[in-house]
Design a protein around this ligand. Structure first.
Ligand code: PLP
Length: 433
């Protein structure tokens, strides 16, 4: 068989360029990481050729002798990675990613238009937790279910559990989600459980961002209090792109949650599992069980604290005042600049992070903050002192963005981008170096 470089030189060049971009830059997107060579090998293997609708031992296609073993190995390692007993928890490793995993939980456990509550997107929640705007139901979750978001206490940047408790009694949701995409603090899972019990709701913890830290025991563990736990597999867990759903078994539920959610994944939402991703996930989960993984996650957290401390020293306002995990959310309002402009400047010098809404924002395209994460660069070997330098580089980017904003012809982001491209300040070239 011919190699990619011969079959499709155009794609070969694109992959080579992206590979170089990933190596050359400073990757600070909190949801990204560099997975291992061993994981990549399975991802690019023959496992991708096989259809295996159904679950191990109960397939709709022949020839699944080895695929069954792959999926069972993945399930066993998934439970082991989070210290779970198979008599108390089941796991589905087939969700194609985080959104499909969440949607499988909703469609498996709820009826159309049942009520749910998740953290509001502008306050750090995820689209798939039911986001809508006054003009439009943006996420399918908010189209097919009735969603009432809960929010942060804007004075502290911490989840406003008291208001959530009051609203849950009025709204009476069937499911409440604990989990976020841009929340630097531990969730109070015990409090979330109490709130769910007060209104008879399921507690779904979406630990997508923090699952690696949970597996290593360096952040609070959602399993004790949750009925269902979902996660992506490619963020702090450092695996291939994918999703997992953990469902409580035994006791009041028996196998009800397990059967309902397994059925929602297939045949409800998906067809054939991506066996190459499941095999690759099994390899990731083997690596999660190694002592180095705990050391890595400890370092992710230490690096994040070091960066947070330095940013505070430099006069930055962190939402919630600090961090307990792998990310910080910076509110740039006191610096007179927004997240979109800072992201643009840093992008120009190969420092990749994302603009992010912070409490009080009205625009998601030009929001007031940035989200910075440490998992990817910790994989690359950076330590606390390096993240102090990273904070300094970001600070230089913020200063350049402020300068360019003042020099731009008009107030629009387009004017800013034109100004940056046509007359880049000298400092930008230095930062790029
Ligand atoms: N849940 C949370 C908390 C997330 O942050 C994300 C993605 O960023 C998802 C779910 C969705 O994952 P995916 O992009 O794999 O669908």
């Amino acid at each position: 068989d011919r190699k990619l470089s011969q079959v499709d030189p155009e794609m070969y060049d694109l992959v080579t360029s992206e590979s170089k971009r990933q190596v050359d830059g400073i990757e600070l997107i909190a949801s990204e990481n560099f997975t291992s060579q061993a994981v990549m090998e399975v991802l690019g293997s023959c496992l991708t050729n096989k259809y295996s609708e159904g679950l191990p031992g109960r397939r709709y296609y022949g020839g699944n002798e080895y695929i069954d073993q792959v999926e069972r190995l993945c399930q066993d390692r998934a439970l082991a990675a989070f210290g779970l007993d198979s008599s108390e928890w089941g796991v589905n490793v087939q969700p194609l990613s985080g959104c499909p995993a969440n949607f499988a939980v909703y469609t498996g456990l709820l009826n159309p238009h049942d009520r749910i509550m998740g953290l509001d997107l502008p306050h750090g929640g995820h689209l798939s937790h039911g986001f809508f705007t006054p003009k439009k139901r943006i996420s399918a979750t908010s189209v097919y279910f009735e969603s009432m978001p809960y929010r942060l206490d804007e004075s502290t940047g911490i989840i406003d559990y008291d208001t959530l408790a009051k609203n849950a009694l009025l709204f009476r949701p069937k499911l409440i989600i604990a989990g976020a995409s841009a929340y630097a603090r531990n969730y109070d899972y015990k409090r979330m459980r109490e709130i769910c019990d007060s209104c008879g709701a399921y507690l779904l913890s979406d630990m997508a961002h923090i699952s690696g830290l949970v597996a290593a025991g360096v952040v609070d563990n959602p399993f004790e209090y949750s009925d269902i736990v979902t996660t992506t597999t490619h963020k702090s867990l450092r695996g291939p792109r994918g999703g997992m759903i953990f469902m409580r078994r035994g006791g009041e539920f028996g196998d009800d949650l397990l059967n309902a959610i397994n059925g929602a994944v297939f045949p409800g939402l998906q067809g054939g599992p991506h066996n190459n991703a499941i095999g690759a996930l099994a390899v990731c989960l083997k690596q999660v069980a190694e002592p180095e993984f705990k050391t890595y996650q400890e370092q992710v957290k230490k690096n994040c604290s070091a960066m947070a401390d330095r940013l505070i020293e430099l006069g930055y306002d962190l939402v919630s005042g600090g961090t307990d995990n792998h990310l910080v959310l910076v509110d740039l309002k006191n610096k007179g600049i927004d997240g979109a402009r800072v992201e643009t400047v840093l992008d120009a010098c190969h420092i990749t992070l994302n603009k992010n809404s912070v409490p009080g924002d009205t625009s998601a395209l030009v929001p007031g903050g940035i989200r910075i994460g440490t998992p990817a660069m910790t994989t690359r070997g950076l330590k606390e002192e390096d993240f102090v330098v990273v904070a300094d580089l970001i600070d230089r980017g913020v200063k350049i963005a402020t300068e360019v904003k003042a020099a731009a012809a008009g107030p629009k982001l387009k004017d800013f981008k034109e100004c940056l491209a046509s007359s880049p300040p000298e400092a930008l070239a230095q930062l790029e170096e």
